[in-house]
Structure formats: structure tokens, C-alpha cells
Ligand binder design. Sequence first.
Ligand code: R5P
Length: 295
Amino acid sequence: MTPHVIALPGNEALAARLAEHIGAELGAMRTRHFPDGETYVRIESSVRARNVIMVATLDRPNDKILPLLFAAEDARDLGAGRVGLVAPYLAYMRQDQRFRPGEAITSKTFAHILSGAFDYLVTVDPHLHRRSAMGEIYSIAVGVAHAAASVSAWVKHNVSNAVVIGPDAESEQWVAAVALAADSPFAVLEKQRRGDRDVEITVRDLEQFRGRQPVLIDDIISSGRTMETAIRELMTRGFAPPAVVGVHGVFAEDAYQRLLDAGANQIVSTNTVPHVSNAIDVMEIIAEALRNVMI
Ligand code: R5P
């Protein structure tokens, strides 16, 4: 039977595109809050004996996770076959170790929760830093789509004479791949994070790229402090106002405006998190990763 794609609130456009890509039907679900704040969930289409794919991008995850778990369980109760999750942005990947005594390793707990509710997961460029594979924390199959080719195509078509710059050592894996496919040189800055909103960036050895258009690329723009500091450091050293590209444009609080105020000449993200900066479409690569894991 044709699989059913069900959008969690706010994911309707992503779900419709995905259903189109994989030739699935769009299912219907309703959620609302009871007066006391508890969540009501109702799957309104018939999912019996069908494979169900829930679509929920997981920026600002705390309000999303319970409705998502209720919906997954509801689908199973209603007789669905396999129940999968497409989370273009996957939250809780960064607290992957106990940096200070007593801290919760939330990436592991979150993985445990999702692995208990779904048969498989599909996401885009999850933040793997100290871990090398999703299988280290997820016990279900995880399909990972990589945005590097889409990002480098954007760079190639929109920026001439670019130098691709990663704001920290962790970003090297993305910027190296993007730069290679965009036929551009790349460089990586040094970052020290002192707190959630306190970041120091050191710029070294960029003289050879003077005169080029800097394109700052990172996997996540969250508080925006990393990109904001990098923009200011580059401009203080006489570089042109950088273009800023985030695979996942989370833009917490006033991050977007702060990047504009810092001097970014444009800010671009993929559509893993719906935002005005979305300029790079990754639905096709998500559909591809989904096809491989849903069978
Ligand atoms: C680092 O771990 C990530 O690759 C990003 O650099 C980081 O998440 C960006 O965070 P923020 O926007 O809060 O500085």
C-alpha cells in the first residue's frame, strides 16, 4: 500500500514536497492544546497496514517531542506498519559528553527516546563531532542526507571568486567538501567557546585569500554567536562583508538580525528549518535517503 506522510504542525510544506518526491499520500493529523496545556493528537486518515512517515523538523524541540511521540504511538495503535521519522534538523546532538561533572548527556537520551518510538530516522547532516556514527547512539536505522553538494552548487552559482571559510575546526568536514565541489579554496578559523553566547574566533593565515569573497559555512547557526564573531573578525581584517551559509538555520532569539547588523552581505540556509533565509533545497536528497532506509 502507498505509504502515508504525516506532517507535525509547521511541517506541512516539507511533508507535501516529500510525499511528492517519494510518491506517497499525504495523511492528516490534528493537534491542539487542552486548556491545561496538555496535548491532543488525532490521526484523521486511515493508516491501517500502511507505512507511515512522520515529518517533524526538530529545532526548538522541547514543545515538539511529546506531540511527536503521541502521534507515533497513535499510528501504531491504529495498525500502521513501519513508522519512520523524517527530522530534517535533528536536535540534541551537541551535548554529546559530560563536559562538567553531573551534566546530562542529552544526545544519548534523545537518541534513546526516538529509537524507542520509531523504526527508522532520516535527517540531514547531524552534528557528529565527538561521535563518528549515528549507530553509536541510535539503535534504529538512520538515513543521513548530506547537504554539501547542494551548498557547493549554491556557492558556485551565486558567488564569484569565493573563499569558503569554516568558523571552527569542527566545520572542516563540511567546508572541505563544499570547497572542493565549488572549485574554491577553503580555510578554517579557530574558535573557543566560553559560554552559550560567548565565542572567541582567531583568524590566522588568510592573507593569501585577500581580495576573494569570503563565504562562511557552518552546519548550525543557533545563537548566531559563532558566525557573528567570525564576520566581525574577518571585516576587522579588511575582508569584504562575508556571505553566511548555514546548513541548519535555527536562528535562536534575534540571531538573524545580529548577523545582518554584524555586516553579513547575505544569509542563506537550507530548508531543513523553515526560515526566510532558505535558499538551498534539500528535499530531493532527503527523499533519496528516505528511499534507502524505509524499505
Ligand atoms: C559547533 O558545535 C557547531 O558546528 C556550530 O558552530 C554551533 O552550533 C553554532 O552555534 P552558535 O550559532 O550558537 O554559535
